[in-house]
Design a protein. Sequence first.
Length: 160
Amino acid sequence: MSKSSQSTSRTAIRVGDVRYDINISKIPYMSSFVDFQANAKPQSTEFVHEPIPLFDIALKGLESGYRQCFRSLPADLSQHHVLCETYDYLRIDVLGGQSINEIFSDLKSGQSDYDREERREIKGNKSKARDTAFKLLYSILLGDFKDETKDSAKVFNAVL
């Protein structure tokens, strides 16, 4: 499977007992898995992978925005931790290279503002802020900070 067809096409993969059609270019682990399986078993038409915890929710978050993860899971921190570990296992770059300061800035993008010249309210980008809230949770749960001391202190101060 060539790189160009990978990025535009979807690949049939069964994870556990569930069949998915996935754009594997968004999931580095699955892309490597499919490449390996295609070379090992060229006659295979479907790829089968062992169950991955909360894969369905991870896929939904990846395709529809990470805010969907909050909507799909109960308010149980251990479940969110498992989901973050699944994203890590799949090698998905949840943070997209964002620093903790950029995450805080994006969280504020959900707030509405008032334009004094136009005398009207400018609506905040709630979807972006909610997606970013998941990124912050991901950073906190996995301790994924560029500067461990400074960034963890910033998070600590932000939640006070």
